[in-house]
Ligand binder design. Structure first.
Ligand SMILES: Nc1ncnc2c1ncn2[C@@H]1O[C@H](COP(=O)(O)OP(=O)(O)OP(=O)(O)O)[C@@H](O)[C@H]1O
Length: 358
């Protein structure tokens, strides 16, 4: 099942344009993520694909058929919601087969399908319980089972894990991804969580105020973000975006630090993007500053160092550090892993192309 979004536009009655020319192709069997901050338009796209809201312009094509004017029930897709949307007075089994029963599917087929999906989501023992007696994770599995039982080849998921605690969320991420791969279904998944986007998606669409910032695989977005918005969206702690000047084949940071480079660009102002893990603490490092923040993680440490002129640098190392606030920390940037952006934030060079000696 391939889904194509062509020039989707959406304005609500108040005239606010919440989607501006959305174009995308979602290939059969892909786990496709829509990610962005609250209000960026993720749910609006999902609802437009499902047919829950009309769009002002553009087309939704499913398997080469224009479905823009079709009601949701004729689009061959099912949906999993954040709040589970289960019926509290029905048992798990009744909730799961509700749609099949409504379509008068034969009883024995209903039972067969029910057993199959209960087995898939590991809920056999709970089939006679009411949703109120289940944990959040189990409720979300019921809602997943209900989506799977319909045999729809496309499942739309709107923040399905956001009501779960961190540990359960991590488990469910794996389960949903494994199920999707096992069944070969196409999933379009909305989240505001960069970790979900990175860990689950084959392709990720990054949205900002109703516009697409970039579409790519998780590692493409991480290693070659189209702009500083995308660079800043992925990674924790977030990337350092340092104002640098290019002069005499060197980047100058704060007029104090100089980094030689062989990148061939005009002299002037740029933004150097350095991920916190691409900085090495070293006794005689080329850069130094005062420690202003330290976060011991057990398996590593995150620190922040003030290098003056209102610029601080986030550093992530995989060791435990014995440092006190105010200590001077000296470090080197692995400049061959840095990203170079124009002053307006568009990517100019990635990785090796910025390669240099500090
Ligand atoms: N029925 C509506 N009438 C007017 N504006 C709306 C309506 N529904 C959504 N919006 C606006 O559309 C924009 C996009 O909303 P949408 O729900 O798609 O964002 P989102 O990225 O899914 O956000 P969230 O993560 O908070 O759900 C927001 O600015 C929102 O206020």
């Amino acid at each position: 099942m391939t889904i194509e979004l062509r020039h989707l536009k959406k304005k609500y009655d108040n005239g606010e344009e919440v989607l501006t020319d959305i174009n995308a192709t979602i290939e059969n069997g892909q786990f496709y993520i829509l990610v962005g901050a609250s209000g960026s338009g993720k749910s609006t796209i999902l609802n437009a694909i499902a047919g829950f809201i009309p769009i002002n312009d553009g087309t939704v094509v499913i398997n080469e058929k224009d479905v823009t004017q079709l009601p949701p029930k004729d689009r061959n897709l099912s949906m999993v919601f954040q709040n589970y949307a289960l019926m509290p007075n029905l048992t798990v089994a009744e909730n799961i087969v509700f749609g099949l029963a409504a379509r008068h599917t034969a009883k024995d087929i209903q039972q067969q399908k029910l057993n199959d999906v209960l087995n898939l989501v590991h809920l056999e023992e709970y089939k006679n319980k009411k949703p109120g007696n289940l944990s959040g994770g189990q409720r979300q599995r019921v809602s997943l089972a209900r989506a799977l039982v319909s045999d729809a080849q496309i499942i739309l998921m709107d923040e399905p894990l956001s009501n779960l605690d961190a540990k359960l969320r991590a488990e469910m991420r794996k389960e949903i991804r494994a199920l999707q791969q096992q069944l070969g279904i196409t999933v379009i998944y909305v989240t505001h969580d960069q970790t979900e986007a990175m860990t689950m998606g084959d392709q990720v669409m990054v949205l900002n105020k109703g516009k697409i910032e970039q579409i790519g695989s998780p590692l493409e977005l991480y290693n070659a973000p189209a702009n500083t918005f995308v660079a800043d969206f992925f990674g924790s702690p977030s990337i350092n975006l340092l104002d640098v000047k290019m002069r005499h084949n060197s980047f100058h940071l704060n007029d104090q630090f100089e980094m030689l480079t062989n990148v061939d660009i005009d002299e002037g102002q740029y933004i150097l993007g350095v991920r916190p893990e691409n900085i090495v603490i070293s006794e005689n490092g080329a850069l130094r500053g005062e420690l202003t923040h330290i976060e011991p993680l057990g398996d590593g440490t995150n620190i922040e160092v003030n290098i003056g002129q209102n610029q601080s640098v986030r550093i992530k190392v995989s060791e435990q550090l014995d440092l006190t606030l105010g200590d001077v920390v000296s470090f080197n940037v692995l400049i061959d892993r840095a990203l170079l952006f124009t002053p307006s934030g568009q990517l100019l060079h990635t990785g090796k192309s910025v390669s240099a000696v500090i």
